[in-house]
Design a protein around this ligand. Structure first.
Ligand SMILES: Cc1cc2nc3c(=O)[nH]c(=O)nc-3n(C[C@H](O)[C@H](O)[C@H](O)COP(=O)(O)OP(=O)(O)OC[C@H]3O[C@@H](n4cnc5c(N)ncnc54)[C@H](O)[C@@H]3O)c2cc1C
Length: 420
């Protein structure tokens, strides 16, 4: 690799360090859990941290939308904290802050098939969007090729390490098919290529899934030694990975786009930072490499903290007097059947019309239907008392529109965005 040098050796040292560091760090096959536990333990014992649980952020507080005193039109808008729903009491509080950091994760739950946890419904992106932040690259939704696909079972992820160890994608009769799509790399082709190939096989043959074959290609003791968690999860749903074919299909996995940030995690709204999957700092381009979310979460989490800490002392604290309390306009209990029905519609529409392969007329149809649905949801939202599911539904439909509009506007297939 060629690079400019300033003669100090600094840049060479950075490159050398980058080359000698492992690209992937992990704790067995449960890295996220190890990180979350370590961070939570630190936070619980930190004297400056108050942990609030069972809270749902509803909207960001901004000077231009909410402040009574900071209404000077010549000032740049700024973030002053958030309105937060206390789930047990149903009350919405203001949490005022000199600096606010969004870290609400991804958007997988706007799709009917996803590896993501229930909280990944794009709340942070929707809140930032409503507050006027720049949101970019939302068409680049990465689909993982192999999520478990059995009726009544969750769509948990079956790691790429299985194909790395020799496992192959096959049909029910055991015939492999990846040679057809990528004769050189076959089952080890990039994530987007494998996911689209599976999609094509399912489409052409009217299938809802294909299979991952461990048993014909990997020794039994290697399967047991290397994939204990996958074995345990599959067994819960009656699949023995040492003897059975494992049913799989692609699922929405990672949002490469998000709230635009600079290299310090700052968004376009003053005093608002975004870190982790909610953010888009350009690291992933159009297609994220596996395991790089640690970089986005840990490295940029740290960078944002380093940037904002020295600014706190001189920052003016927002005063409660200048910000209105939450005004509830809702009188009805939110109807869970309506919420579930609307969420199902969003997820199915996104899967069918804004999925792995995007076609202009389907995207147009999705946009029209989602906009109509958003109007309904917004009116329902205004008339109902708040709960977590309703907040999530409102955010999910907005994020679905943002993804669809981005996918519709960008005609160029690149990375995980594929247009025909
Ligand atoms: C199955 C799976 C396997 C993966 N494997 C890897 C891997 O091996 N290596 C790797 O680097 N990456 C991996 N990833 C990606 C990585 O786990 C995620 O990108 C990363 O966890 C995102 O971290 P985050 O802190 O941004 O968000 P999250 O960890 O999702 O945390 C966001 C939190 O915010 C909460 N939240 C959301 N909305 C609100 C709201 N309105 N109010 C209050 N709280 C809210 C959510 O409930 C959640 O607790 C994997 C992802 C999945 C799904």
């Amino acid at each position: 690799m060629q690079f400019d040098t300033n003669g100090s050796g600094e840049i060479e040292a950075i490159f050398e360090a980058a080359h000698s560091a492992p690209r992937i760090i992990h704790v067995a096959d449960a890295t996220g859990k190890a990180i979350a536990i370590a961070l939570l333990n630190k936070l619980k014992n930190h004297p400056n941290v108050t942990l609030l649980t069972q809270q749902t952020a509803v909207d960001l507080l901004t000077s231009n939308h909410h402040s009574l005193d900071r209404l000077n039109v010549y000032d740049e808008p700024e973030c002053l904290g958030a309105y937060v729903l206390d789930r047990p009491s149903g009350e919405v509080h203001r949490i005022l802050a000199k600096k606010t950091v969004l870290a609400t994760g991804g958007i997988g739950q706007i799709y009917s098939r996803t590896t993501n946890p229930l909280g990944a419904r794009g709340d942070g992106i929707a809140m930032a969007y409503r507050a006027g932040c720049r949101v970019i690259n939302m068409e680049y939704v990465q689909f993982h090729p192999t999520t478990f696909m059995k009726n009544g079972a969750p769509h948990f992820l079956i790691s790429e390490a299985v194909r790395g160890a020799g496992g192959r994608l096959v049909h029910e009769d055991g015939t492999p098919f990846m040679d057809k799509y990528d004769p050189e790399w076959k089952d080890l082709a990039p994530r987007d290529v494998v996911a689209r190939s599976i999609n094509q096989e399912m489409f052409e043959n009217g299938l809802s899934r294909v299979f991952l074959d461990f048993k014909s290609y990997i020794e039994k003791d290697e399967i047991e030694r290397r994939f204990p968690s996958i074995a345990k999860q599959c067994m819960q749903y009656g699949i023995d990975i040492t003897t059975d074919l494992v049913p799989v299909a692609p699922g929405a996995h990672y949002s490469c786009g998000g709230v635009w940030t600079n290299m310090h995690g700052q968004t376009t709204l003053n005093n608002l930072y975004a870190v982790g999957e909610v953010a888009c700092n350009g690291l992933h381009g159009a297609n994220r490499l596996a395991s790089t979310s640690l970089l986005e979460g840990l490295v940029f989490g740290n960078r944002a903290a380093e940037h904002l800490m020295p600014l706190l002392a001189d920052a003016e604290a927002p005063s409660a007097d200048e910000l209105p309390s939450w005004e509830s306009t809702g009188v009805y209990d939110p109807d869970p059947v309506l919420i579930q029905q609307d969420m199902d519609r969003i997820q199915e529409m996104m899967w069918n019309y804004v999925g792995l392969v995007r076609v202009e007329w389907r995207l147009g149809r999705a946009m029209r239907e989602l906009r109509q649905l958003e109007t309904e949801i917004e009116s329902f939202y205004r008339k109902s008392t708040l709960n977590d599911a309703l907040v999530g539904l409102r955010n999910a439909v907005r994020v679905a529109i943002v993804v669809t509009t981005a996918a519709w506007s960008n005609r160029k297939s690149q990375g995980c965005h594929f247009r025909v």
